[in-house]
Design a protein. Structure first.
Length: 144
């Protein structure tokens, strides 16, 4: 169950602990939506490990900048099924995950890790909520 709290937002976006749709914020019942800033969704890793979250319909952060050799771990926090799938197929947390086969997708508490050994830009998406064309639930890892 979600509780609504007014906020001044003009589009749909996610934040840690919930999401925005238009001028409203949603968070699980019994939990206040966390405050967010209007800063970039990007994050820069400073060590050999980095963490990202998979929250209902968003990857947080949406863009991650890391050094070669960094291991990124995505943690599934939301209730919905997901995957972390590279557009170029270099990594995939749930290769058989699909809207018609969601029982093999990642669920709350699951983690997926991948070590980025090559420099480049790696776009990824959720097989349930996104498309490899960049629409829907997508993210990017930039490896320097």
């Amino acid at each position: 169950m979600w509780r609504i709290r007014g906020a001044r937002r003009s589009s749909c976006s996610s934040f840690a602990g919930g999401f925005h749709i238009g001028p409203r914020r949603y968070a699980p019942a019994g939990r206040e939506p966390e405050e967010t800033s209007d800063q970039s969704d990007g994050e820069t890793a400073v060590s050999g490990r980095s963490k990202a979250k998979v929250i209902d319909t968003a990857f947080v952060p949406n863009e991650l900048t890391i050094e070669r050799g960094t291991k990124v771990t995505w943690t599934q926090i939301g209730d919905q099924p997901h995957s972390v799938t590279a557009v170029d197929e270099t990594f995939d947390s749930s290769p058989k995950c699909s809207p018609l086969n969601s029982e093999v997708c990642d669920f709350e508490g699951d983690t997926y890790s991948f070590t980025f050994k090559e420099a480049g830009t790696f776009d990824y998406y959720c097989r349930i909520h996104g498309l490899p064309t960049g629409r829907g639930m997508t993210g990017t890892v930039v490896v320097k």
